[in-house]
Design a protein around this ligand. Structure first.
Ligand SMILES: [Fe+2]
Length: 310
């Protein structure tokens, strides 16, 4: 089984998924194992053309005309598939959608032709005031109707479904009437959007709010998850902060393995936003993710074969 999306664009690399474990085929939209593209690595990526399947770019960093970053971005896009990840959609806010932002986003989409576009299931401000933070929503019907209506508007404007990502959160609302995963499923089912599951964010929220992260994984609709994020956090003992400035922690790798067991092959990437190390360090983390996925899904296949035999 060779993945078309990868082999179509991977002339600079010789990687294919042909060695994936027989019997558990990746879905057609599976991109493989990628990395969040950061400006620190532009030159390294172009010089070394690392053996990696795809890059995710932060949309807001490139929503300007011209300039050196755009030049690098287009050069890298020539070599690799890309997805776009935004932080400013504020899909849950009661402010009107920012149409100027959406128009700029659409221009970048037309330039990069990403495999998909994502943002967060959150709000970032109200009354035109930006908190510069990703804030959780109350999980009730009123918020659900509101978010679904806005996702509809965004998807109609962009002409394609979007992905929404789960936050790490530090507060909950007494107005919530359902779990985060039920709310997320309802948004995805009703609006037709898909889900970007951040495994680290599930771990961080589970620690902070004292729920079982396995309940989250089991609760999410299987066919809606199109991408995983893996990132680092800072553990303060009584609470955990989603700092994205460390390597992926062991409990998050363990949760990733459980996520693979539930969701199968899902495009996975390493997301580092601060304390950016040399490219090679992040590529090693991507390889760890790849190895865990092959190992986990291979073991599942072996278990399946044993069940058939006995
Ligand atoms: Fe994330």
């Amino acid at each position: 089984m060779v993945h078309n999306l990868i082999t179509n664009q991977a002339s600079a690399r010789e990687y294919s998924l042909s060695s994936a474990v027989d019997g558990i085929a990746p879905p057609d939209d599976f991109l493989g194992f990628g990395l969040g593209l950061r400006t620190d690595h532009f030159q390294d990526v172009l010089a070394t053309k690392p053996n990696i399947d795809w890059f995710e770019v932060v949309s807001e960093n490139f929503m300007v005309d011209g300039g050196k970053p755009k030049h690098y971005l287009h050069a890298i896009r020539e070599l690799y598939p890309m997805v776009m990840h935004g932080v400013s959609l504020s899909i849950g806010s009661t402010d009107p959608l920012n149409m100027q932002y959406l128009r700029q986003l659409k221009v970048l989409v037309n330039e990069l032709q990403p495999q998909w576009i994502s943002d967060h299931l959150c709000w970032t401000g109200v009354n035109q005031t930006n908190s510069h933070d990703l804030l959780p929503l109350p999980y009730n019907d009123e918020a659900l109707n509101h978010v679904c209506d806005r996702v509809d508007q965004v998807q109609n404007f962009l002409g394609r479904p979007i992905l929404l990502e789960n936050l790490s959160s530090y507060i909950t609302y007494k107005e919530s009437e359902m779990s985060e995963w039920d709310f997320f499923n309802n948004v995805a089912r009703r609006s037709g959007c898909n889900i970007l599951l951040d495994i680290n964010n599930i771990y961080v929220s589970a620690r902070n709010h004292e729920f079982d992260p396995q309940d989250y994984l089991e609760g999410i609709d299987k066919d809606k998850v199109k991408q995983f994020h893996l990132a680092g956090h800072t553990d303060y003992g009584n609470y955990v902060i989603d700092t994205h400035d460390h390597p992926v922690a062991d409990p998050v790798w363990a949760l990733y393995k459980q996520a693979l067991q539930r969701f199968g092959w899902v495009s996975t990437m390493i997301e580092r936003d601060d304390n950016i190390p040399p490219l090679a360090e992040l590529l090693a983390e991507v390889e760890t993710a790849r190895n865990i996925a092959y190992d986990t899904l291979g073991q599942l296949e072996r278990v399946k074969q044993r069940e058939v035999v006995t």
